[in-house]
Design a protein around this ligand. Structure first.
Ligand code: OOB
Length: 536
């Protein structure tokens, strides 16, 4: 697809020659596993389960129905489906057509979905009827008004005005030719400038990342992976995640939510061997395990990533949960680092792992892009066989986010240990990492600035014992009558997802400035932290 920047020919040639890119597509992959593991259970979701053969067949029949509806190769489809069986059927059906899922998250609301529909010029939007007490059909009605390209809204479950998912199944038909070097889907970037960007991942690059992840995490046909976090997130999708488990011929268990009540019961019932969570959940799981450790006996590996894991918490995982900890430092743009299962405890507790592929190229550089010495903190740049060379339709942004020789500027500050492991020390991207959920400061500031009584706004991250970070909006009001409640209500009315509503709002008369006259978020943050400490 022309709007997806890709690897220069010499790199593509190298990745093929070195065996990274196999030429296999996701459609081929599932076909192959359906032959090999036919009657073995592939997916469990609530009371329902699918064998490999059934998943393969249902993906074919759904692909036929979607094609009959008019879905074509390269069409973009916004997928906002929580952890339920249909998620797996849909992605494989779309992969087989060569149509591209755009992985929205269940917590996204009108602001995010309408934007994605527009940016992707989406042909269809797929939702559940309700999930976690929220009616997605309401959301679809709102989105439809502003999305002229959106031709189809498909609903899993009860629906009258939209297309019912169950009516889509048809006898299998001949499928279009899908190419492994083409985009298979879009992930969303965490976003540090305005709104999230679309990350095109190809069959070749993603299947390679599964291959490496499966080998490092030692997944095989006996593995049982619990998707506790949303399956649409890159961590849960591929590190090794639900797709890695299918790659390995294991069993995927889809949890509707990651609470200990739900997750521990599933771990016990399905004899889960590996799962992945974010640091705030690790604390909740540790608390719950005090009385319920017995339910976790099958669990061999607990992966923690998405945000920095505190070493004190890391140290408690093995003794208190009885399983091996694996730290995962990854990004939807590509690069994933893992601590290895046989690494010494010191590395597992204090580092965020090392790259999964020998072909990952990493540079840690200073402000002038000059490499720093081992052990010195710098900006992490990376390129490799599964790291994108650019975002979809984002020429201007790509010039900033990628170096001229194709390295992705991760925005993370890291140091390299002498063993080649990474320690994440902070970041330069203007973002709040709220327990693994990334919030772009600029996106929220733009919403705040749309309020007539807001003169200026700055969103900063402040430390939080549970979430790692939470958000604080500093606002310079135009009118003294403006209240915090007005602001929160206003943001909600703009259709912002709940996790993006600032956790704290502070009114100020002015912003401190840096030497060059920019708003000094560092000073804002530090003065608030100092004030909070004296208040305690
Ligand atoms: C994962 O992916 P994204 O795209 O939601 O977020 C990527 C960013 C990284 O650039 C870094 O800032 C932060 O999230 N991050 C971590 C981390 N893992 C991610 N920061 C510190 N320690 C960690 N372990 O979050 C993601 C994708 C694939 C696998 C795992 C996580």
């Amino acid at each position: 697809m022309a709007q997806c920047p890709t690897w220069p020919a010499e790199f593509a040639e190298m990745y093929r020659r070195n065996g990274c890119w196999s030429g296999e597509t996701f459609g081929d992959l599932l076909r192959d596993r359906a032959v090999k593991y036919s009657e073995k259970i592939a997916i469990v979701s609530g009371e329902r389960e699918l064998t490999y053969r059934q998943l393969d067949n249902r993906a074919d029949r759904l692909a036929a129905g979607l094609m009959e509806l008019g879905i074509k190769p390269m069409d973009r489809i916004i997928l906002q489906v929580p952890n339920q069986l249909e998620f797996m059927e849909i992605i494989f059906a779309l992969f087989r057509i060569g149509a591209l899922p755009v992985f929205a998250l269940p917590l996204h609301r009108k602001s995010e979905i309408a934007y994605l529909c527009e940016l992707a010029e989406a042909a269809a939007y797929i939702i559940p009827d309700t999930y976690a007490g929220y009616d997605y059909r309401e959301l679809a009605r709102e989105v439809r008004e502003d999305a002229p390209n959106l031709q189809h809204i498909i609903v899993i479950g009860e629906c009258e005005e939209f297309i019912p998912y169950l009516k889509l199944f048809r006898e299998p038909v001949n499928l279009p030719q899908v190419h492994a070097e083409d985009a298979a889907f879009f992930q969303l970037s965490g976003g540090s400038t305005g709104l999230p960007k679309l990350i095109p991942r190809t069959h070749n690059d993603y299947i390679y990342s599964l291959h490496e992840s499966v080998s490092i995490c030692r997944l095989d046909t006996e593995s049982v992976y619990l998707a506790a976090l949303p399956a649409a997130h890159n961590f849960t999708l591929s590190s090794p995640g639900v797709l890695g488990t299918i790659y390995a011929g294991g069993k995927v268990v889809l949890a509707p939510d990651p609470s200990p009540d739900t997750a521990f019961a599933l771990i016990h019932k399905e004899k889960v061997t590996i799962t992945a969570i974010v640091p705030p959940l690790a604390l909740i799981w540790l608390d719950a395990a005090i009385s319920r450790k017995a339910s976790l006996t099958s669990l061999q590996v607990l992966q923690i990533g998405g945000a920095k894991l505190n070493a004190e918490v890391a140290r408690r995982i093995q003794p208190e949960l009885g399983c091996r900890l694996q730290q995962v430092f990854g990004m939807a743009e590509g690069l994933v680092n893992y601590t290895r299962l046989d690494d010494p405890d010191e590395l597992v507790i204090y580092t965020q792992g090392r790259p999964m592929s020998p072909y990952d190229e990493l540079r840690v550089v200073d402000e002038d892009d000059c490499e720093v010495e081992t052990g010195v903190v710098g900006h992490l740049l990376t390129r490799g066989p599964y790291t994108i060379r650019g975002y979809y339709r984002a020429e201007e942004q790509n010039a900033k986010s990628f170096t001229s020789d194709g390295y992705y500027r991760t925005g993370d500050l890291v140091k390299l240990t002498s063993e080649g492991y990474l320690i994440v020390e902070g970041r330069v991207k203007d973002q709040v990492n709220r327990g693994g959920e990334k919030i772009s400061s600029e996106e929220i500031e733009n919403h705040l600035l749309a309020h007539g009584s807001v003169h200026d706004a700055a969103l900063v991250a402040i430390p939080d014992p549970y979430l790692g970070e939470r958000s604080c909006a500093f606002v310079i009001p135009r009118e003294q009558s403006l209240t915090k409640n007005d602001i929160t209500e206003f943001l909600r009315s703009r259709g912002l997802s709940g996790n993006k509503i600032p956790d704290r709002i502070e009114f100020v008369d002015d912003f401190p400035k840096t030497a060059v006259g920019k708003v000094s978020k560092k000073t804002l943050r530090e003065s608030l932290i100092a004030r909070l400490q004296t208040e305690d």
